[in-house]
Design a protein around this ligand. Structure first.
Ligand SMILES: *Cc1c(COP(=O)(O)O)cnc(C)c1O
Length: 370
């Protein structure tokens, strides 16, 4: 196993050696707020996996997202993004960049390329994508949106956390920066919070110096080492997550207590053609809506589950259930909540690596409560 370089600093044989290291700071190990050998190993693997030139790890997915936005934007710029983007990323744009740096934002549903085209303004500098979205599982046409953006000199960033680099390659479709929360499938063991940006050397090097080193939120060598462990099983885990995800989605889709299932892997998924065109497989985070809106019945269902643990996040070995309404209702007005198209009966499950028949039986017995 490669060592964990638990160094804050690195020492040199002589004065010339440290002088040379400073000449090539981006590829030298001097101080661990910059480069660290254990972190570098994982970055090289992630870049290779995504088919990118270089990667920069961050101590969380949000650190990667905020770094990407700060890299792309200057005060007064305009951003086009999707309505149901990951919540904290939305908060960073709307409640931080917008008021502090006069950033304006246009939200689109994102299913049609024309929506992006119509939203572009003279000062649009960034199109921020998340496909499939982890809230409503809608897709954007990555190749067409990236081509449109490139023709106008606009940067594209795609949150690829749902599909993982195993099932979707945004960089090959022309996207400038691919982002992952490594806290989900890439980590996979529910013991690491981390994030990554992958793209061309020129972009990643700029981010490495400015948004990574200067903002100073650095990746810990131990967390990187855990990711190295995780990456060894990523393809095998994803194969199993896909198989179980498809199985559970099919079970839910035919269940009489369920109004609808949101999952790109289902045969009747509304953007199926696009899903097959730009992804080579499906993972196991999905949404479904109970027919009932009676809070007591909804609680009875959730509380009856034994194998699905109640909690946020997803992508680990364990199965999880979460009701998006819990946090939305605390942050949004009732009108904003209604506009989301999500109800009290909307559930999100992450299908883990347990025996799929056990998971199905657990859902079946809990659904009797509704
Ligand atoms: C969790 C998540 C993030 C943020 O990652 P953290 O590691 O929690 O900061 C970003 N995008 C998606 C889709 C996520 O699920």
């Amino acid at each position: 196993m490669p060592p964990i370089f638990q160094n804050s600093l690195f020492t040199f044989e002589n004065r010339d050696a440290i002088d040379e290291a400073f000449d090539d700071r981006l590829n030298s190990f001097i101080y661990s707020r910059g480069k660290n050998p254990t972190v570098r190993m994982v970055e090289e693997k992630l870049a290779a996996l995504a088919g990118g030139e270089k990667a920069q790890l961050f101590p969380s997915g949000m650190a990667a997202i905020s770094a990407a936005m700060l890299h792309c934007l200057r005060a007064g710029d305009h951003v086009v993004t999707i309505k149901n983007m990951y919540g904290p990323a939305n908060n960073f744009l709307v409640s931080y960049l917008q008021p502090k740096f006069d950033i304006s934002i246009t939200f689109v549903e994102g299913k049609e390329v024309s929506e992006f085209k119509n939203a572009i303004q003279h000062n649009t500098r960034l199109i921020y994508l998340e496909s499939p979205s982890s809230a409503v599982f809608s897709l954007q046409d990555l190749e067409k949106v990236a081509a449109l953006a490139r023709s106008k000199g606009i940067m594209t960033v795609c949150d690829n956390t749902w599909a993982t680099p195993i099932f979707q390659k945004p960089l090959a479709m022309g996207v400038d920066l691919e982002m992952h929360s490594c806290s989900k499938y890439i980590g996979g063991h529910s013991d690491v919070v981390s994030g990554v940006l992958i793209g061309k050397t020129e972009i990643i090097d700029s981010i490495a110096v400015r948004e990574y080193e200067w903002l100073g939120a650095k990746m810990a060598p131990f967390e990187a080492w855990l990711l190295l462990r995780s990456l060894r099983s990523l393809p095998v885990r994803m194969e199993r997550h896909q198989k179980s995800g498809l199985h559970i989605a099919a079970f839910l889709a035919q269940h009489p207590a369920i109004a609808k299932v949101r999952y790109p892997g289902l045969p009747d998924f509304e953007q199926k053609e696009l899903a097959e065109q730009q992804m080579t497989g499906y993972t196991a985070l999905m949404g479904f809506q109970l027919k009932t809106n009676d809070l007591n019945k909804i609680k009875a269902f959730v509380n009856a589950l034994k194998l699905f643990k109640i909690g946020v996040s997803w992508g680990g070995h364990e199965s999880l259930i979460y009701a998006p309404a819990i946090s939305y209702l605390k942050e949004l007005s009732p009108e904003q909540f209604d506009a989301l198209g999500i109800s009290l009966g909307d559930m999100r499950i992450s299908v883990g690596l347990e025996h799929v028949e056990d998971l199905q039986a657990d859902l079946a017995q809990a659904l009797e409560a509704v």
